[in-house]
Design a protein around this ligand. Structure first.
Ligand SMILES: Nc1ncnc2c1ncn2[C@@H]1O[C@H](COP(=O)(O)OP(=O)(O)OP(=O)(O)O)[C@@H](O)[C@H]1O
Ligand SMILES: Cc1ncc(C[n+]2csc(CCOP(=O)(O)O)c2C)c(N)n1
Ligand SMILES: [Mg+2]
Length: 316
């Protein structure tokens, strides 16, 4: 395809998709999609935008942008315990560049196929590069994971490792080499969908760590009417992070966000079950603190209360 118009671009996107689902009654091509939600489940919806220069550096690999634009949404569904099903893609492109779109759709549909998600529609416009994805999924109504259910005495857990994406970005912007393990965390975060579903029924609260674990836990504290005690020394780090993160910047990097891990709470009686679950999912699960009565997130390091300059990411 050489110089493609708006409708060629849409047709190209449509033909790149391989997943088919019986609950998509009408997908890309009409004024709106028609979908059949299961009667016994709640429909769960979320939406997230990636803007060039704000969410990813100029010059980022289009495959990574495609992957991540869906991944950050599947991460929000995972945090609700939902199983993803459908998505919408709003693309704002500075020019009609079919090479770029081919790479973008490769990344996008690779992740979509891995989770049996169908792209059912969207919008294509011209302007500064911006990608907005809306994702839908299902969860049995009574089993959704929310921010408001944490109880005094519950353990706080986090999946994977924290700070890898922030360290990758910091090194990239400083012109330093970025090991593949860190680059992958920044470009191709893994939404913890299987973990979210597995936590249904016993995790008391859940949130995904997009803005930084301390800030995100603050939302859980506010919604649950509790305080959180977090042990800075327990925050899980990757080998690459351990080797490359400057001592004095570690906690700051670990609370910078862009991690897309799940932070959840569960009663202490579930510790053994969670150790088994970590093994079953081949995913690190780390206990990082507990909920107490009170307000706000209290971070300790080496047993002492620690004050961080910035507790997470915020746009304004
Ligand atoms: N412009 C908006 N209009 C309506 N609701 C919004 C808008 N922006 C955010 N929200 C809602 O506010 C809540 C918190 O949004 P926020 O973007 O902080 O979600 P998040 O998942 O914690 O963060 P992230 O965007 O990093 O994934 C969500 O319920 C979201 O749907
Ligand atoms: C160029 C560039 N600047 C900053 C970052 C870091 N970053 C991007 S999004 C985000 C939090 C979630 O955002 P939102 O709340 O909008 O979902 C963070 C910490 C990056 N990856 N690239
Ligand atoms: Mg979220």
């Amino acid at each position: 395809m050489k110089s493609a118009g708006e409708f060629d671009l849409i047709e190209f996107i449509r033909t790149q998709q391989s997943v088919v689902r019986p609950d998509v009654l009408l997908g890309i091509g009409d004024d709106a999609a028609m979908l059949q939600a299961p009667a016994d489940h709640a429909l769960v919806m979320c939406s997230d935008t990636l803007n060039e220069g704000v969410h990813f550096p100029v010059g980022t690999d289009p495959e990574a942008i495609g992957w991540k634009s869906l991944a950050v949404n599947l991460s929000d569904l995972a945090a609700m315990g939902a199983c993803p099903s459908w998505c919408l893609l709003n693309l704002c492109l500075p020019e009609s560049d079919t090479r770029w779109l081919e790479r973008f759709t490769n990344g996008f549909f690779e992740l979509a196929a891995a989770h049996d998600v169908v792209l059912v529609g969207g919008d294509t416009t011209r302007g500064p590069l911006s990608i907005s994805v809306t994702a839908c999924g299902f969860v049995p109504r009574e089993l959704a994971l929310t921010r408001s259910g944490a109880k005094v005495g519950d353990d706080i857990w986090v999946s994977g490792t924290l700070g890898d994406a922030a360290l990758a970005l910091r090194r990239m912007l400083a012109g330093e080499s970025v090991p593949a393990e860190l680059m992958d965390a920044l470009d191709r975060p893994t939404p913890r969908v299987a973990l979210g579903s597995a936590l249904r029924g016993f995790a008391s609260s859940c949130i995904d760590v997009s803005d930084g674990v301390l800030q995100d836990l603050g939302h859980v504290c506010a919604a649950s009417g509790l305080a959180a005690e977090v042990a800075g020394d327990w925050l899980p780090v990757s080998d690459a992070f351990d080797a490359l993160a400057p001592r004095e910047a570690r906690l700051q990097l670990q609370s910078s966000g862009d991690d897309y891990e799940l932070c959840f709470s569960a009663a202490p009686g579930y510790r053994n079950l969670l150790v088994d679950l970590a093994e079953k999912l081949d995913l690190r699960l780390t206990r990082i603190g507990s909920f107490t009565s009170g307000q706000g997130v209290h971070l300790t390091q080496a047993g002492r209360l620690s004050a961080l300059e910035k507790r997470g990411h915020a746009h304004f």
